[in-house]
Design a binder for this molecule. Structure first.
Ligand SMILES: Cc1cc2nc3c(=O)[nH]c(=O)nc-3n(C[C@H](O)[C@H](O)[C@H](O)COP(=O)(O)OP(=O)(O)OC[C@H]3O[C@@H](n4cnc5c(N)ncnc54)[C@H](O)[C@@H]3O)c2cc1C
Length: 431
């Protein structure tokens, strides 16, 4: 009998793996890889299943590291933490906080596993902060031959390749990350008219250590959020207000989306209502991980492209023209975040300051037309997709966008000579 199907968080990816595995140690991972290789079969590792793309999908062997998820070592003096690859970001932040430490930057949620988050180039926001994978200082990799490689900066460019690897170089079994003293953040939120915000975004991104922008289509306004480390007393983020945020997202916002699905013509009016009640000036102070994260959103779909920083205004203006010209009713916030350049072969921010532009939408009749139109704009602006989100571009179109594409392919052949980490997805997008 086949094991239970795989379904991702957004429920847009489903698969029937031939077998599921839950190794609880690196030794068990090695045995598993060797056994699967000997049978000429293939495997994918799944983290928390929070990718919209088919990155973790397989009809062969699906391996979860949920039982290999301890915080192994905290090195307070050198501000380093070593974890089993399956540990979730939320558990890691909690463990670090107990030691007076924190991750330097985080994305909007912390449900992901550490290895899953780094494998797709997951990022937070801040032009001086790279994708989370750039915080990795070493990792342990079980290669396609079933050997354990300890990968450090002494291994030439292998660490950069293994940081954002889509699970194609091996099973990451352990990760050591840079961290820092625990810190609080002050969040300042304010809104600007769409055109002013577009014009100002590259400069604002340089001014603020962490800046993100939410544009709610059909409202003509953009809400800006700036985050700065602070020693001011905590305020505006009691347990009650955090719980309320969760309720608003899960109940009220879901209700609005449901109404918009039943009555698409009402989406612009509903968006203006949401904008008026949510897009306000506010200041809050809280623990860094709590402010980097937002309340879990209702189920929706996401595409995201990294474009050169200077292209930000052009891409958002073109996206607004697309919505107007094709009369698309987009029912979800669109997001802009900023990422420092890095040297990771497959990172969307390789070699350039980037703006990560998210095209988000709950399922609706206009979804496919919107995402395809947005992708065409982003591709025309030297865009590179977020590997964990939806994209339609395939290997031939993607390869020229990554200067180290061929080099990544060579490392892949070296570490996975029998293609045991291949899947339909990796064949289509990496070739
Ligand atoms: C609500 C929501 C909010 C999000 N917010 C953000 C955000 O703010 N910023 C952002 O950049 N992204 C964001 N994402 C995307 C998400 O961070 C990525 O898709 C991430 O890769 C998911 O991590 P995961 O643990 O679920 O990995 P999965 O989706 O399960 O897997 C992702 C990839 O990692 C590989 N992998 C997993 N574990 C290992 C391992 N041990 N060894 C080798 N390969 C491995 C898998 O094979 C797969 O290729 C969000 C997603 C959701 C659903």
């Amino acid at each position: 009998m086949r094991p239970r199907p795989f379904v991702n968080w957004a429920r847009n990816q489903r698969a029937r793996p031939r077998q599921r595995h839950r190794p609880a140690s690196e030794v068990e991972i090695v045995d598993l890889v060797r056994a699967i290789r000997a049978r000429g079969e293939r495997l994918r590792v799944v983290g928390a299943g929070h990718s919209w793309s088919a990155a973790a999908v397989t009809d062969q062997h699906l391996v979860s590291l949920d039982r290999h998820a301890r915080v192994v070592r905290v090195d307070r003096q050198n501000e380093r933490v070593t974890v089993d690859a399956g540990v979730r970001l939320r558990a890691l932040s909690a463990a670090l906080d107990r030691e007076g430490l924190a991750l330097t930057n985080l994305g909007s949620i912390s449900e992901q596993s550490v290895a899953g988050a780094i494998a797709t180039g997951t990022h937070g926001t801040g032009l001086t902060h790279g994708v989370l994978a750039t915080q990795v200082v070493a990792l342990r990799l079980v290669t396609g031959a079933g050997d354990v490689r300890v990968v450090t900066p002494e291994d030439g460019d292998l660490l950069d390749a293994a940081r954002v690897s889509l699970g194609c170089l091996g099973v990451v079994s352990e990760v050591t990350l840079r961290c820092r003293d625990a810190f609080d953040l002050e969040e300042r939120a304010w809104s600007l008219p769409f055109d002013d915000a577009c014009r100002a975004l590259p400069e604002l991104a340089r001014e603020h250590e962490h800046l993100k922008a939410w544009w709610l289509p059909h409202t003509g306004r953009v809400q800006l959020f700036a985050y700065a480390p602070t020693t001011a007393p905590r305020r505006g983020t009691s347990r009650v207000s955090r719980a309320l945020d969760g309720v608003v997202n899960q109940v009220a916002f879901r209700g609005v989306l449901g109404l918009g699905r039943a009555l698409p013509a009402a989406i612009p009016t509903l968006s203006r209502l949401v904008g008026r009640s949510y897009f306000r000036e506010r200041r809050r102070v809280d623990r860094s991980d709590r402010l980097f994260n937002v309340a879990m959103p209702p189920r929706h779909l996401e595409m995201e492209y990294g474009v050169p920083l200077e292209a930000t205004p052009e891409v958002w203006r073109a996206t607004r023209r697309l919505m107007e010209r094709r009369r698309l009713r987009v029912n979800f916030v669109q997001e802009a975040r900023f990422v420092a350049p890095d040297r990771c072969h497959l990172s969307p921010a390789y070699g350039r300051e980037s703006c990560q532009l998210g095209a988000y939408m709950a399922p609706s009749a206009d979804l496919d037309r919107y995402l395809r139109g947005f992708e065409a704009i982003a591709l025309a602006t030297a865009g590179r997709p977020h590997w964990g989100k939806l994209f339609y571009a395939r290997a031939a179109e993607l390869a020229p966008r990554y200067p180290l594409w061929e080099r990544f392919g060579a490392l892949r052949r070296e570490l996975d000579p029998d293609n045991i980490f291949h899947s339909d997805f990796t064949r289509e997008v990496l070739g």
